[in-house]
Structures are given as structure tokens and as C-alpha cells.
Design a protein around this ligand. Structure first.
Ligand code: SAM
Ligand code: SF4
Length: 466
């Protein structure tokens, strides 16, 4: 392998050097860091390490309340919703934690046809979704990568009345720069890829076969994606494989690398924890299981460390854990998910075709109603990506806090669209009430923008955004 292909910016020695002393942080030091974090310029690796060692309930509470403040300042009360769309569970790799791994004979294999993908999309549209995340195992059908490109086109082309999917993100295997160019041309939003673990020895232990064994090919995927013009990339770690403190420090190194090389870091960070999976021993007993308390602490610290980055919570987690994470930093959530190809049509989802067990089994409407009852505005907005506000442009807009003049009115208008087209009568009433409360809390500039947009949607116009 050529030297530049090695991801040597993930530097284990640097991480161990910063984490090893494990000092019990002084109260004054922690408060000084939290004061800095409130300025919303982020935190260094040393500062992240220091906060990760906090154990005192009082200081933990202060970390969480600072994260809440920072999140509200940047994101207001919005929570963006999406659904995963699994198109194939065939895979050539052997990841010990995943039900889709090649030698798992307990799994029912399925690769959806284009008509089946259109059917799944129609179901998601009828539930009110506007964003999907295409997910697939790493074995392509005979038509090769064209299958993925066709699937994206099918999703964008599918319509149900006024409903449509407006942003397709993908969670797929690492690709060559040339294939990333094709993905960009297909109109994807974010290219999402989880490193699983940044710890090389653990990575080697859990990836037994196939292309995924190559740690560096995976880590350098974002460099190739960004070189191919994909501005929005989504990073993540599969928590439970190795020490979470090590993983978030390595994530900081990865972010630093992307910022230095491309002038912008990842668009999103995902926080998947390992869930039980058919035919996987390690998924039932993860070697470094992260407790709920550490999980919340970690999310809060990352919100302070990279304040402008979107943070995603999936339905791997229970409703209760998800609610707690919204308060400390999560800005995007999936809802009503199935992780087996064809699972939306099949209703309940097939445990023997699924990637892992879900923690949150509620419908989209139940999630929306819960989110509304907590005072958050469910957003189905896809405007930034479609108006070219991606990568650096998005960050430039986000950083001065200007995003509230775009995102908040857009959240309200897309939520209004959801209420008009898909909500039940009680859900609509609760939603309308929330919108009127939100309008009361807006400044004049925001109201002047949001009100005409809401009125247009109420009169029947669709896809209204700024
Ligand atoms: N096959 C591609 C890959 O591995 O990157 C993309 C899709 S894979 C189905 C999506 C993600 O699911 C993986 O990156 C992994 O982090 C996560 N995953 C796998 N097994 C899991 C489990 N048992 N519990 C929770 N998440 C899991
Ligand atoms: Fe295949 Fe991805 Fe599952 Fe690994 S995590 S077995 S690559 S689907």
C-alpha cells in the first residue's frame, strides 16, 4: 500500500498519551471548559478527554445542561426525521457483530427489485417521510454498482399524490473516487460510513473476511468521497466494540484531518450502540458495552466538541433513551424503521431478515406525537442540500447562528405539510398548537419569513422553503 493511503492521522499513541493519566478533573477546570464550550467554538482533544473523566453527578449535570444550551442555541427546537431503506442484506464480509455477515446461515437473504424498492418508498411517503437513508450489505447483484444507482433513481422518481422523497442519503461500503463521482451525480445527500472501531487490533479481530478487513480503505473513504465532490459525509463508531473514550478521541482526529484537508468536517455523527443480531455472539455480549449514563455523557461532550455538526440517533435505542439524547445534543432521528429489506411492506419486519433488533418499535406518527409533546418541532426539511447549502457553505451559514432564519421556518413549513397530508386529527391538533407556540417565540424577522410560508402550505402549495 502506498504511504498516503494509510490513515496515519488516526494516531493511537497520541490518544493513549492524552487519555492515560486519567486525572479526576478539578471542579474549577471543568467549569472553565464548560464556559469555553458555551462560546460554541468547539473543544480540543485534551478538553474532550478531561470531560470524559468527569464522574461527579453535579458536574455531569452541568455538562448535560451546557450541551442542551448549545444545542438549543444552534438548532432551536427542531428535530429532523428520516427513515432507513434497506435494499439488500447480502454481504461478502464477515463482521462478527452483524446478522448480514456472509456465513450467517440463520439469515433469510433478500435483494429488492426496483419495483419492490418503489413499493417500500411509497409506504414511507405515505407515512410522511421526505428523507431516506439507503442501506445495503456489501455484495452487489450481477448488474454491479448500477443496482445502487438505479435504486436511488427509483426512490427519487416515486410519487404518491403530492408526496415524494426529497433527499436520499446512503450508508454503503467504501467506494473508489470514480464510483463516488457516480453517487454524487445520482444526487445523494450524505455519504454515511461508520468506522465501527478506530482501534486497529479490535478492528482486525471483528472483521474476519472480505474487503472490509482493510482498515485504511475504510478510514480513507471520506477523502475519496470529498475529492469526488460529495460535500456531506457522516461518520460514526459502533459503540461496544472498544473503549468509548478511545473511540471519541479517534473521531476527533478524523474530524481534524477532514477539516485540515477539506476545510470542513463531517456533516453528521451517528451514535449506534451494538444491538442483539441473529447469529452473532458478540452482539449479545459486546466486549465494551457502553452504559446509558456514559452514552448520554458522550453525546453531550460531542455536542460541545463539534457544536455545528448534525448528530443522529437511530431506532436501535429505546424511546426512553432517545428522549434523553434529544436534550443533550441529538438533531436528527429515524422513526418507524425496519432493518430487513422489504420490511415496510411486510408490516412487522422479519427478525430473521433484519440486521439487528430495534429498541424503538413505534410508528412514525407515534414518534412525531411524542416529539411534539416534548416541545420539539419535527422537521422534514431538505432545503439546504437542494439549494446547494452543503459542506463549507452549510457550515458558513450555520456558524453565525443564521441558520435559524432558514432552518426554523423550513422546519415549520415542512411540519405543516406533514400535518395537512399525513397526520390523524388528534396529531394535527397537537401539531397546530405547537406551531402557534413556536410563532409566538420567534423574532420579527423569523415570523415575517415563516408566516407566509405556513399560509402557502395551508392553501395547498407544497415544497415551500427558503
Ligand atoms: N455494509 C455497509 C457497512 O458495513 O458499512 C453499510 C451498511 S451496514 C448494514 C450499516 C451499519 O450497521 C454498520 O456500519 C454497523 O455499524 C451497523 N451494525 C451492524 N451490526 C449491528 C448491530 N448488531 N447493532 C447495531 N448496529 C449494527
Ligand atoms: Fe456486511 Fe456491513 Fe453487516 Fe459488515 S456491517 S456484515 S459489511 S452489512
Amino acid at each position: 500500500m502506498k504511504p498516503q493511503e494509510r490513515a496515519d492521522y488516526i494516531n493511537e499513541q497520541e490518544i493513549e498519551g492524552i487519555l492515560a493519566p486519567r486525572p479526576r478533573p478539578e471542579q474549577a477546570k471543568v467549569r472553565e471548559l464548560l464556559a469555553k464550550a458555551r462560546e460554541m467554538h468547539g473543544l480540543t482533544m485534551e478538553e474532550v478527554a478531561c470531560l470524559s473523566h468527569v464522574e461527579s453527578p453535579e458536574l455531569l449535570h452541568e455538562i448535560c445542561s451546557t450541551a442542551k444550551q448549545v444545542k438549543e442555541e444552534i438548532y432551536g427546537s427542531r428535530l429532523v426525521l428520516f427513515a432507513p431503506l434497506y435494499i439488500s442484506n447480502r454481504c461478502a464480509n464477515e463482521c462478527t457483530y452483524c446478522a448480514f455477515r456472509a456465513t450467517n446461515t440463520a439469515l433469510k437473504r433478500r435483494t429488492l427489485t426496483q419495483e419492490e424498492i418503489a413499493e417500500e418508498t411509497r409506504i414511507l411517503i405515505r407515512q410522511g417521510h421526505k428523507r431516506v437513508l439507503v442501506v445495503a450489505g456489501e455484495a452487489l447483484p450481477p448488474q454491479g454498482f448500477q443496482y445502487i444507482l438505479d435504486s436511488i433513481a427509483t426512490i427519487y422518481d416515486t410519487r404518491v399524490g403530492p408526496g415524494e422523497i426529497r433527499r436520499v442519503n446512503v450508508n454503503l461500503a467504501p467506494q473508489t473516487t470514480e464510483i463516488f463521482r457516480q453517487l454524487k451525480a445520482a444526487g445523494i445527500g450524505t455519504f454515511q460510513l461508520f468506522q465501527e472501531t478506530y482501534h486497529r487490533p479490535t478492528y482486525a479481530q471483528v472483521h474476519l473476511k472480505g474487503r472490509k478487513r482493510d482498515y485504511d480503505w475504510r478510514t480513507t473513504a471520506f477523502d475519496r468521497a470529498m475529492e469526488a465532490g460529495i460535500d456531506d459525509v457522516g461518520i460514526g463508531v459502533l459503540f461496544g466494540l472498544y473503549d468509548w473514550r478511545f473511540e471519541i478521541m479517534a473521531m476527533m482526529q478524523h474530524i481534524r484531518h477532514l477539516e485540515q484537508k477539506f476545510g470542513v468536517g463531517p456533516h453528521t455523527i451517528s451514535f449506534p450502540r451494538i444491538e442483539p443480531a441473529v447469529g452473532s455472539e458478540i452482539a449479545t455480549r459486546p466486549p465494551h458495552a457502553v452504559s446509558d449514563a456514559d452514552f448520554l455523557k458522550m453525546i453531550a461532550i460531542m455536542r460541545l466538541a463539534v457544536p455545528y455538526t448534525g448528530m443522529i440517533m437511530s431506532t436501535r435505542e429505546t424511546a426512553e433513551v432517545r428522549r434523553a439524547t434529544f436534550a443533550v445534543g441529538i438533531s436528527q432521528i429515524s422513526a418507524g424503521s425496519r432493518t430487513d429489506p422489504g420490511g415496510y411492506k411486510d408490516g412487522e419486519g422479519d427478525p430473521n431478515g433484519s440486521q439487528f433488533q430495534l429498541g424503538d418499535h413505534r410508528t412514525v406518527e407515534q414518534v412525531v406525537s411524542d416529539v411534539v409533546s416534548l416541545g420539539y418541532v419535527p422537521s422534514f426539511c431538505t432545503a439546504c442540500y437542494r439549494t446547494g447549502r452543503t459542506g463549507q457553505d452549510f457550515m458558513d451559514l450555520a456558524k453565525p447562528g443564521e441558520i435559524k432564519y432558514h432552518c426554523h421556518p423550513n422546519a415549520l413549513s415542512t411540519f405543516q405539510e406533514y400535518l395537512c397530508d399525513y397526520a390523524s386529527i388528534p396529531a394535527k391538533a397537537a401539531g397546530e398548537k405547537l406551531i402557534s407556540i413556536e410563532l409566538q417565540h420567534m423574532d420579527n424577522q423569523q415570523t415575517a419569513c415563516a408566516l407566509p410560508m405556513l399560509n402557502k402550505v395551508r392553501r395547498g402549495e407544497r415544497d415551500v422553503f427558503v
